[in-house]
Design a protein around this ligand. Structure first.
Ligand code: SAM
Length: 335
């Protein structure tokens, strides 16, 4: 057995599995390109030849054929899932953003991230992930990121809204809420709620537009701010897919800011993937690699979250899985 290899290829079957695994990144780019060119949209109302699709999309017929052949060869499972790449469907922006400039280039440097213990955004783009999205020249990618967060929310929000009791709550702040999918979902289910998204400047217009689109603008505000500095007062805070972007030190600052500003009896809902048992299939460990390349954050297990909560004046009282591999961790003030 070669000593420099983790995987042996004793049989043709092993080699086949290995070849499929190591070209997974190509499959991701094949899906991204299919989504970017809206190819699935053009097949939504019936079959079309590659030449017809190419004409509608404005692409080269021969290469469009080759791309569509590659998609078809991904198997029945993949073909079924191609529907999820349609514009109106739920996964398109997520498929695209993961393989766009910001994330893709940082992933290229995963070995450096592991060697140095640091994410590779600064090395790659000269700023952190959210600084990158805040640059005017990256506005289109930033809007795609916000929509991708919305795609992901689609897997989670319905379950979370159903699980959370907002009786007696008046003000909800969705800190780093992007387009506000979570808070707007809660507001739609409880007409007493007034909601706010606290976001970086570039993300605020998207949240306002989404509230108007859902007919909830009269009870909603999108405010520019930095949750590392302070958060507005509220009865209920939402930190959905936020803490995993940040180091323990920054998480403590964010959690303490919420604790300080919370009204008496105020609660906090953390929505995250929680790392499970070591060695078992666990999608969160893959997302953790994405956090390693692109952010200062990491995915954590329940003990690690509880330690952060205890150190910032919160106590976890309920935990419920809400779909898409996410859980809601419900916190109250520790004393
Ligand atoms: C991973 S996204 C999660 C978005 C949303 N909560 C969701 O679940 O769809 C992180 C969000 O935090 C926002 N953000 C990053 N740094 C921030 C800061 N310092 N203050 C407020 N928002 C911030 C980003 O703009 C982005 O929308």
């Amino acid at each position: 057995m070669p000593t420099d290899s983790l995987v042996t290829t004793d049989s043709a079957a092993d080699a086949d599995v290995l070849l499929h695994l190591l070209t997974g990144a190509w499959v991701a780019q094949i899906r991204r390109t299919t989504a970017t060119l809206n190819i699935a949209d053009h097949l939504a109302h019936g079959p079309a030849t590659a030449a017809e699709v190419a004409e509608r999309v404005g692409s080269d017929p021969r290469t469009t054929y080759r791309l569509m052949r590659a998609v078809a060869s991904l198997g029945a499972d993949a073909a079924g899932r191609a529907a999820a790449l349609r514009r109106a469907r739920s996964m398109r922006s997520l498929v695209m953003i993961q393989n766009e400039h910001a994330h893709w280039q940082a992933w290229e440097r995963l070995p450096d991230a592991v060697r140095t213990g640091r994410n590779q955004m600064r090395e790659t783009h000269g700023t952190d992930l959210f600084g990158y999205f805040g640059r005017p020249e990256n506005a289109e990618e930033a809007a795609l990121f916000a929509r991708a967060m919305g795609d992901l929310s689609g897997l989670v929000t319905q379950g979370a809204v159903a699980a959370v009791d907002t009786t007696g709550v008046t003000t909800v702040v969705d800190a780093g809420g992007a387009d506000g999918d979570f808070v707007l979902g809660l507001m739609a289910s409880n007409p007493q709620l007034r909601g706010q998204v606290l976001e970086l400047p570039h993300a605020v217009p998207g949240a306002r537009a989404e509230a108007s689109r859902r007919g909830l603008a009269d009870r909603f505000e999108a405010v520019e701010g930095d949750f590392i500095v302070e958060v507005p007062p509220a009865d209920l805070y939402l930190l959905k897919v936020i803490l995993h972007d940040w180091s323990d030190k920054s998480c403590l600052t964010i959690l303490r800011n919420c604790r300080t500003a919370a009204t008496d009896g105020g609660r906090l809902l953390v929505v995250e993937m929680v790392i499970g048992e070591l060695g078992k299939p666990d999608f969160a460990t893959r997302v953790d690699m994405d956090m390693l390349t692109a952010t200062e954050g990491l995915e954590r297990d329940l003990d690690e979250y509880d330690a952060l909560f205890a150190a910032s004046g919160w106590r976890r009282v309920k935990t419920y899985p809400v779909g898409g591999g996410y859980s809601v961790l419900e916190l109250v003030a520790a004393e």
